[in-house]
Every structure is written in structure tokens, then in C-alpha cells.
Write a protein of this length. Structure first.
Length: 553
């Protein structure tokens, strides 16, 4: 039988419209106090734009975590909040765009500043927030809250609330001034554009200085701060503030902060419970190869399943660890791998070793947070390198550093001491030579070139370590810190020990071993030999015959 179509009567249509209108009013009221409901209302389903229960925006568990954080910061339950979360998981959308518009609607008298890596991106965020506030749906949720007509720029917006001047929203690139602009809420969203900026000592220092001189100067005792960015380097803004292993760590300052790292591959049972995820051992060989056999779950399985994340991991382990796991360096190491680190016990140290030494000095302003690191090594008959346990690794003045060097020279009698050219010629050289004469201890100091980047300089020692030819004293008190630095290089906050090893590697590479004598080529006549005399006589006789023949013609 043919299908019978039914049509709604006018009464049914009117009743349905009334129900949707009632639901919409309820959702509007809820949206004023719930950020995710606010977002869903602003993103209606195109197929049912009037149905407040349908939305383009699908809420995931980690979205709830982010929204709850915004809510607690807005209520000043949390005043200092730092977050690391994978890309494309909604952090900027919730924190810097929708969250900012929602907060200014709830409290139009607040002054909000959003900072990011560059002016253009800051204006892009500002453009989006401006469009949100201007939208009809926003006006239904927060009636009377609007942007003043005399401030329509993408980077500076004065807020009008019910006809009166209220607060403001400003968007700035890293390093840009906010002079005269107070901040009740300051959001720092991705202060580093990419890995290149995150790895740059200069950019990281610029970011710290910007936070200290610009961001903090805009705050008052009731202000809140949110920092969210990819953990490209352990010396980044989050590491500087929150990491207890950072050399500038301030326990009192760090205690004020709440730091959450939400990884793309979830292994922690407590985090899985919070996110309502089920941890299961992976079965896909590709996933097992990347993440092992332990129970795991993808943070956002619909969009970024473990198979997709495993492919990202294989593309570049270091980048994956920073982007998706919130760690600047892979656990197994990046430049130096765990398998390269060969340890020895005190009784394993060979007796007949040729000693050499090297040093890395913290002398320049750029290195004011680094330590001096120098020590001696022994090379056995197979060319394997044994790092001596009495390494000197600390911060001290030049005179103390030189005395420590003299003591190592006296103790080990190294054949050569390698150090960076500028550190010797332009710094400690004259004083060191004076102390050598006074103490009667002498060692040839060879200066290493300073015009190479850290990774290039470390290639020599990396090659030896990859072949298992470098041995580290497991019993040395400094070894755990050195091991940690090696595995985090080049993304760690310090590289003092790596620089010391690099000088050893470059120095040993420059030592030219004795060459085996080449086998004499019997077809070559050597000057002064009997064969050479006979050959010369033959040439002269042939020349005489040639001249006689020419005269005869």
C-alpha cells in the first residue's frame, strides 16, 4: 500500500513552537551560568536552528574539564591556572574565545586581556570574540551587553552594559604593551608560535620578561591568570613557573598555581576516571609498537583515535611528545637515547687510560642561569671513553672555577684540556695561566670553535655513545641529573653536562691517530734512487740523439 503522509495541524505547529520557545528560554537562563550550554546555543544545528536541544557543538569529557576550569577561575576559586593539552582539542575555543565572551557577559565590568604569540593572531581571536558579542543569540543570553561604538577595532573593545560604560577586552601579541590597561583576567594562549620559537633561548627569555614586566604589572590582588601552551621546552613559561626541577623554581610562587596536563594518550587511571574513559590494552600492532601493551585510551577517540596518534608518534617522536603528551622530551630520550647510556661500577674502571679533560663555563649574560661543568675522562686502548666520577658541576666565580680546574689537572694530568674559544681567550685564560705557574701544574689547553649550534657540536660524542663507547659512573652523585639532562636534550632547560661531553667528543675527533705507512708503489721511480739515475741518463741520451738528428736535417 502507498505510504500515507501525515501533516501537522496549525494547532500542533503552534504547540510545538511554544514548546521550543519554552525550551529556548530555559536554555538561555542556563547559558548565563553554564559555559558549555552557552557554546551550544551559539552553535545551533543548521538542520534545526530553532531547537535548543540540538547543536553543532558536541561536548566531550575534556571540554567539561576546560569549562569547569574557566568557571572556577571566573569565580576566583582558582586564581592561577596553567594547562597543557593537545592541539585541536578546543582549548583556545573554550578559554580565549567563547570563554572570554561568556565571562564579559556574566560580568561586563571586568577588564580582560588575551595575549598570544603575535599581533595578527591576537586580532584574529579578537575578531571572533567581537562577532560572538554582536550575534543576536548572545544578545538574548546577555541583553544589554555590547561593544561600544567608538571602539570597534579587533584588538581593543570597550564594553557597554545597559547603556553605561563597563569593562574592556583587549588582545595583544607577545611583547606588545598594555600600558594603562588593567587586567582582572589575563589569558596567555600559545605565547610560542611553533617549535622553532619554543626552542629559542631568546624567545623564551623574551616571554619570561614579557610576563614579568607587562603581564604581571597589569594585575591586582584579585586578578586571575590562565596560561595554556604546547610544552616545546622545559624552560618555557609553564616550566619556569610550575616545574620544581627548574633552576629558577620558586616553591611559594608555584604553590599558588594549579597545573593540569591532559595528554592525548591517557594511561593514568585517575585521569581516565575523571574523563570517563576506559583503559584497555591495545591490540593494533601499529599502536602497540608506538605506545606499548599497557592499558591506554585516546582522549578524543572519535577524532583522534590511538591509530591516528600512533602515526603522529612515528612521524616525529619528539614533536609528538610535546604536542600531544605535554612533555618537552620523550621518556626514552630524543638526541641521546636510553640505550646509549652505559654505566660502570667503580671496580670496572680500567687502569691504563689516557686522560683528557674539558670544561663548559657559564660566563656570559645569556648563561646567567647555567652552571660550570668540567671534568676528566680516560680513553682505553680500544678508544672507549670512561667519564671520571670527580666531575665538577656547580655555579661559582671565575677564581673558584680556575682552582677547581688546577686541582683536576694535578690529579689526572690530562694530555689536553678542551674548552670553548671565547671562554679561554676572552675570559679565564690569563688568570688560569698565572695560577698554573703559581701551582706548578701545567696542561695544554686547546680551544674549541664556538660557531656551531649545540646539536652539531654534540654529534661527535653522540656517535661514540651510539656505539656503546662512552661509559658513565653509576655511583657518581651527579649522574642522575646528568642522565636526565642527556635524555631531555635538546629540549631541556640546561645543557651544561652535554656541552662538557661535546667538547670531549670534538676534541677526540681532532686527535689524528698514527697512520699506517702506505705500501710502496714499485712503478714509481723516486728521486735519488739508482733507477732515477739510470732513467735520467737514458733521457739525456735520447735528447742528444734527437738534437743530432735535427742538425743532420
Amino acid at each position: 500500500m502507498p505510504e500515507v503522509k501525515t501533516f501537522e495541524t496549525p494547532v500542533e505547529i503552534a504547540a510545538k513552537a511554544q514548546i521550543l520557545a519554552a525550551k529556548r528560554k530555559l536554555k538561555i537562563i542556563q547559558a548565563r551560568d553554564d559555559l558549555l550550554t552557552f557554546i551550544q546555543l551559539l552553535m545551533p544545528d543548521p538542520d534545526a536552528p530553532d531547537d535548543p536541544d540540538r547543536s553543532q557543538y558536541q561536548i566531550e569529557p575534556h571540554h567539561r574539564m576546560l569549562a569547569e576550569a574557566v568557571d572556577q577561575v571566573h569565580a576566583r576559586v582558582i586564581k592561577w591556572f596553567a594547562l597543557a593539552i593537545p592541539p585541536q582539542h578546543g582549548k583556545s575555543f573554550i578559554l580565549s574565545r567563547m570563554g572570554v565572551a561568556w565571562k564579559i557577559g556574566k560580568n561586563p565590568g571586568r577588564h580582560i586581556i588575551v595575549g598570544t604569540y603575535g599581533s595578527d593572531f591576537a586580532k584574529e581571536i579578537g575578531d571572533h570574540v567581537r562577532d560572538i558579542v554582536r550575534s543576536p543569540i548572545y544578545q538574548q543570553i546577555f541583553p544589554g551587553v555590547e561593544i561600544a561604538r567608538d571602539t570597534q577595532s579587533k584588538s581593543d573593545m570597550k564594553i557597554i552594559a545597559h547603556g553605561r560604560v563597563g569593562g574592556s577586552i583587549r588582545f595583544r601579541g607577545r611583547g606588545e604593551s598594555t600600558t594603562g590597561r588593567p587586567a582582572d583576567d589575563f589569558i596567555i594562549d600559545d605565547p610560542y608560535k611553533d617549535k622553532q620559537e619554543g626552542d629559542s633561548d631568546l624567545v623564551r627569555k623574551e616571554c619570561r620578561d614579557w610576563y614579568s614586566a607587562v603581564v604581571f604589572s597589569r594585575l591586582n590582588v584579585r586578578s586571575t591568570v590562565i596560561i595554556v601552551h604546547t610544552r616545546w621546552n622545559e624552560d618555557d613559561l609553564i616550566g619556569w613557573i610550575c616545574d620544581p626541577e627548574h633552576p629558577d623554581h620558586d616553591p611559594d610562587k608555584a604553590a599558588r598555581w594549579t597545573y593540569i596536563n591532559i595528554a592525548a594518550v591517557v594511561r593514568d587511571p585517575e585521569m581516565a576516571k575523571i574523563l570517563d574513559l576506559k583503559l584497555e590494552p591495545p591490540t593494533d600492532p601499529h599502536v602497540v609498537r608506538a605506545f606499548g601493551t599497557g592499558p591506554a585510551a585516546a582522549l578524543w577517540d572519535d577524532r583522534f583515535p590511538l591509530e591516528h596518534l600512533a602515526e603522529a608518534y612515528e612521524n616525529d617522536k619528539s614533536i609528538f611528545t610535546a604536542l600531544y603528551m605535554g612533555r618537552p622530551s620523550p621518556e626514552e630520550g630524543d638526541f641521546f637515547k636510553v640505550g646509549m647510556l652505559r654505566e660502570y661500577k667503580a671496580e670496572d674502571l680500567p687502569e691504563n687510560l689516557t686522560p683528557y679533560a674539558a670544561s663548559d663555563h657559564a660566563l656570559t649574560t645569556r648563561q646567567d642561569r647555567d652552571a660550570n661543568c668540567f671534568g676528566c675522562v680516560g680513553v682505553d686502548e680500544r678508544g672507549e671513553v670512561w667519564i671520571y666520577h670527580d666531575l665538577v658541576w656547580d655555579r661559582f666565580e671565575t677564581d673558584v672555577a680556575v682552582d677547581e680546574m688546577i686541582e683536576l689537572m694535578r690529579r689526572h694530568r690530562p694530555h689536553v684540556w678542551w674548552a670553548e674559544r671565547d671562554h679561554i681567550s676572552k675570559a679565564i685564560g690569563p688568570f688560569m695561566r698565572t695560577r698554573m705557574r703559581e701551582e706548578g701544574v701545567f696542561c695544554y689547553v686547546e680551544e674549541s670553535p664556538a660557531n656551531k649550534d649545540h646539536k652539531t657540536r654534540a654529534r661527535g660524542i653522540q656517535g661514540r655513545m651510539a656505539m656503546g663507547m662512552v661509559h658513565f659512573p653509576a655511583f657518581a652523585p651527579w649522574w642522575p641529573a646528568a642522565r636526565n639532562e642527556l635524555l631531555k636534550f635538546p629540549n631541556g632547560r640546561n645543557d651544561d653536562f652535554v656541552s662538557f661531553l661535546s667538547h670531549i667528543g670534538m676534541g677526540l675527533d681532532r686527535l689524528a691517530p698514527a697512520r699506517k705507512p702506505k705500501k710502496r708503489d714499485d712503478n714509481v721511480i723516486r728521486i735519488g734512487s739508482i733507477e732515477w739515475v739510470k732513467a735520467t741518463a737514458n733521457v739525456e741520451r735520447r735528447e742528444e740523439k734527437r738534437l743530432k738528428a735535427r742538425r743532420g736535417m
